[in-house]
Design a protein around this ligand. Structure first.
Ligand SMILES: Cc1ncc(COP(=O)(O)O)c(C=O)c1O
Length: 445
């Protein structure tokens, strides 16, 4: 019996300690954290420099409410973050998580429109599938049916366009025509909705849990930027999962010439040490809002000095250890090895990703791209098999949350080649068992 509850029935082992890429439960069993929790622990567990910075800050103060005090920690983190953003994105608003960061970005965009005489603009276009958070505003721009369906009567529905899943549509993601084909769906949607009613487009530069590390086809991101500019629409980059080095550059969108107007970040910024997130906006959006009475938004714990001191230490570690470069190099190696597993196991139908945001997708039939029957619950079964072997990976359903199965492999950015070997060995052994069980179930059906 427990008084605690989360999404479902079921219990897990109790965590005892965690260091680097490893975690131990209270029975002494060791796990390799192959998903950085939920793609959070970018600098690994129990990093001594981060812990020291937190201890130091705790001895001074843990909370100073922003209406009463400024703090050195929040000022320094804002300066550091602004320095890592594209030119002009130099106004930082702190929050305590990804959903809060997304809400803040949506509301800043809307207040900017109101402050500049564009009151007709309120629609935020997003993609399906996508995940932008669980609060009702973030959920309204999320395209993932199992999470959104119960709440649709309570939300303002927002327009969606298809995510650019070239591999499922049999298109070549390296062909610019493919990128333009999907990006132009944004323009078509804007025209249907009425350009004067559209406020923003929100996008995960590399897809997260809902698509399984979907990398946009060539030309897509640049065209998206062009379309937003043409119609006076703000481009909000949801970097909650991709930010803080996960894809091999500090921001996922740094891989393309697609400068965002607003960036939202969280997971890798607090890196599992503290609840922390940030919305970083172009100064030209913030000034008119502050000039006209202020941003009507904020969360109590925002910018608390303990979280900011931890965030600053995390960013320093990413820089000192050159973790963006390590994510790029280790990610390339990991992708090559996952492709090797795809050669070996016919149930794997696609491998994709960038840096250490990688995934593979199970398919019932590679040629037709048919998913495995949903009743097999393949993604969860695979996660459980790997977990039993001491390897933690993360999974979701690929096709709007109802069908398809993908596994995200996203270890902390501090991994070395030995850790990658260990991950591949764990995946290989789990895949052997998984294939046997799934084929037996398919035969029996
Ligand atoms: C891209 C993206 N945006 C927003 C969120 C919401 O973040 P949080 O769970 O911290 O509220 C997530 C979480 O998985 C995410 O991956």
């Amino acid at each position: 019996m427990s008084n605690l509850f989360y999404q479902a029935h079921g219990r897990k082992p109790v965590l005892d300690q965690a260091r680097g890429v490893y975690m131990w439960d209270q029975d002494g069993k060791r796990y390799l954290d192959g998903s950085s929790g939920a793609m959070v622990c970018n600098v690994g567990h129990s990093n001594e420099t981060v812990l020291t910075a937190m201890r130091r800050q705790m001895e001074k103060s843990t909370f100073g409410y922003r209406l009463h005090f400024e703090t050195e920690a929040s000022e320094q983190l804002a300066t550091k973050l602004a320095g890592l953003m594209p030119e002009g994105l130099n106004k930082v608003f702190f929050v305590s998580g990804g959903s809060e960061a997304v809400e803040s970005g949506l509301k800043l965009a809307r207040q900017y429109a109101v402050a500049t005489g564009q009151d007709t603009r309120w629609k935020v276009i997003s993609r399906r599938p996508s995940y932008h958070g669980c609060s009702l505003g973030a959920l309204a721009v999320t395209g993932y049916s199992p999470l959104t369906a119960p709440f649709t009567p309570m939300m303002q529905e927002m327009p969606k366009i298809p995510a650019p899943r070239a591999y499922l549509d049999g298109l070549d993601a390296d062909d610019t025509a493919t990128g333009l084909y999907y990006a132009d769906m944004l323009e078509a949607k804007i025209l249907v909705e009425g350009p004067e009613s559209v406020l923003a487009f929100i996008v995960e530069p590399v897809g997260g849990a809902s698509t399984g590390a979907l990398v946009p086809p060539r030309g897509y991101m640049e065209r998206i930027r062009e379309i937003c500019t043409r119609h006076g629409i703000l481009l909000i980059m949801d970097e909650v999962m991709t930010g803080a080095g996960r894809t091999g550059k500090f921001l996922g969108s740094d891989h393309w010439q697609a400068r965002p107007d607003i960036v939202v970040m969280s997971k890798g910024l607090g890196a599992g040490y503290v609840p922390l997130g940030a919305m970083i906006a172009d100064e030209r959006l913030v000034t008119p809002i502050l000039d006209q009475g202020g941003f009507a938004h904020g969360f109590t714990y925002a910018g608390n000095p303990l979280a900011c001191a931890a965030g600053l230490a995390v960013l320093n570690e990413i820089e000192m250890q050159d973790l963006c470069a390590n994510a790029a190099v280790m990610g390339n190696g990991l992708l090559a090895r996952l492709n090797g597993l795809m050669q070996k196991y016919e149930l794997i139908g696609d491998v994709r990703g960038k840096g250490l945001l990688t995934a593979f997708e199970f398919m019932g039939d590679r040629d037709s791209k048919a998913p495995l029957p949903a009743s097999l619950n393949a993604h969860q079964r695979f996660v459980d098999l790997a977990y039993a072997r001491g390897l933690i990976v993360y999974s979701r359903r690929t096709r709007d949350g109802t069908h398809g199965d993908h596994i995200l492999v996203c270890p902390p950015l501090i991994v070395n080649a030995g850790h990658i070997d260990e991950i591949i060995e764990g995946l290989d052994a789990s895949l052997a068992q998984f294939s046997q069980e799934i084929h037996a179930d398919l035969k029996a059906a």
